[in-house]
Design a protein around this ligand. Structure first.
Ligand SMILES: NC(=O)c1ccc[n+]([C@@H]2O[C@H](COP(=O)([O-])OP(=O)(O)OC[C@H]3O[C@@H](n4cnc5c(N)ncnc54)[C@H](OP(=O)(O)O)[C@@H]3O)[C@@H](O)[C@H]2O)c1
Length: 342
């Protein structure tokens, strides 16, 4: 069986190690992708630290990948060997991004637009899915703002808030709000990201180092002209959720990245986002999302996160995740290049 290199998590809460493992075979409707770039996400270090989502060890993680179509499974249409593609990984080892070859369902894979490279493409899948599922997908899994990506849907005149606008997810949330036509898009983030977040579509950036989270709602309401019906908590802690709830009006919604977020039952809706289109209940929406995403990127409506490329291929991932765990990542996405593994 042909072998490749992968970062494996041998057992629950064990270390990440680079090891030789078999190259998976694509099943029907799947593509085998030679992974050129894989982005790191907080969920990767959280799984190692806390042991959740994984059914079977050894595990291969990695929720964001970009590369070349290497082999095509039965029944796949619309892809050829050598196509440059990007896709979201999943928590099953063949589908993880932290390896040199991964298999992904063709209907949840997009062709990389010509205006971005592999590393930029790898920053998009998880962050964009988490923003789009939370905001666009029909209720109850999403806020239901535009489940079909209808270009005529518009929330012009309305304000929206994102707490954690500088996070990778928050950057996509800003862009999705812009796509939806919101007139006022307020991001709570460090002031040093102001110009960048405004370039993505934020109309106002409230400095999280200057304005305490407890004063955010009041300040946001002063800026906006109309009532907030939507807020997105991309940080996921209780204080951020409370600020979102204080900002929105009755009947409004808070999309929250925290899997434990609870609905307060007070006429304001809080729901938790599962930001992965492989998750079976999201499959249908995921297909619609992946049909639209490459075009949105090609048109410049969705821009990738800024990238820091890690050295040493897959061998650089562990250190990158430790930096992320230590809260040392600010406004950029770490990306590994698996084919450069020594
Ligand atoms: N539910 C899901 O499916 C799902 C999917 C994806 C992510 N998530 C979760 O969503 C969160 C964000 O993920 P990510 O990948 O976007 O994170 P990330 O980009 O790695 O987050 C780093 C950023 O967080 C910002 N930040 C930290 N604490 C903050 C606070 N209290 N207020 C505002 N900004 C704050 C930092 O801002 P500074 O630059 O100012 O330091 C930094 O830029 C994580 O908890 C992740 O696990 C959940």
């Amino acid at each position: 069986m042909p072998q490749q290199k992968a970062v494996i998590l041998e057992k629950a809460k064990g270390p990440f190690v680079v090891a030789d493992v078999p190259i998976p075979k694509p099943g029907p409707d799947q593509l085998l992708i030679k992974v050129q770039a894989a982005a790191l996400n907080p969920v990767d270090w959280k799984i190692q630290a806390w042991d959740f989502l994984i059914q079977e060890y050894p595990a291969i993680l990695g929720s964001d990948l970009a590369g070349d179509v290497e082999e095509i499974g039965d029944g796949v249409e619309g892809f050829s060997k050598g196509d440059k593609v990007f896709a979201q990984g999943y928590f099953v080892k063949e589908l993880g991004g932290f390896q040199q070859y991964a298999v992904i369902s063709a209907d949840l894979t997009g062709k990389i637009p010509s205006n971005i490279d592999y590393a930029q493409a790898a920053t998009i899948p998880l962050g964009f899915n988490t923003a789009a599922i939370g905001l666009l997908r029909a209720q109850p899994e999403g806020a239901g703002l535009n489940p079909t990506f209808d270009p005529n849907v518009s929330y012009a005149g309305q304000p929206a808030l994102v707490v954690g606008g500088g996070t990778s997810v928050g950057q996509y949330v800003i862009q999705v709000f812009k796509l939806l036509g919101y007139s006022t898009i307020i991001a709570y983030a460090s002031a040093r990201h102001t110009d960048y977040l405004k370039s993505l579509g934020a109309t106002h950036v409230i400095d999280r180092r200057e304005v305490p989270i407890g004063s955010l709602a009041e300040m946001a309401k002063k800026i906006a002209e109309g009532p907030f019906k939507i807020a997105y908590n991309a940080v996921g802690d209780n204080d951020s959720r409370a600020a979102c709830l204080d900002t929105i009006v009755e009947g409004g919604q808070v999309a929250d990245v925290d899997p434990e977020a609870k609905d307060p039952g007070n006429g304001k809706r809080v729901f938790t986002i599962v930001g992965n289109s492989h998750y079976p209940p999201h499959r249908e929406f995921g297909r619609v999302l992946w049909k639209n995403l490459p075009r949105l990127v090609q048109d410049g409506a969705i821009l990738p996160n800024r990238v820091e490329k890690l050295p040493h291929g897959l061998a650089g991932i562990d250190e990158g995740l430790q930096r992320m765990k230590a809260d040392k990542i600010s406004g950029i996405k770490l990306v590994a290049l698996p084919q450069e593994t020594p």
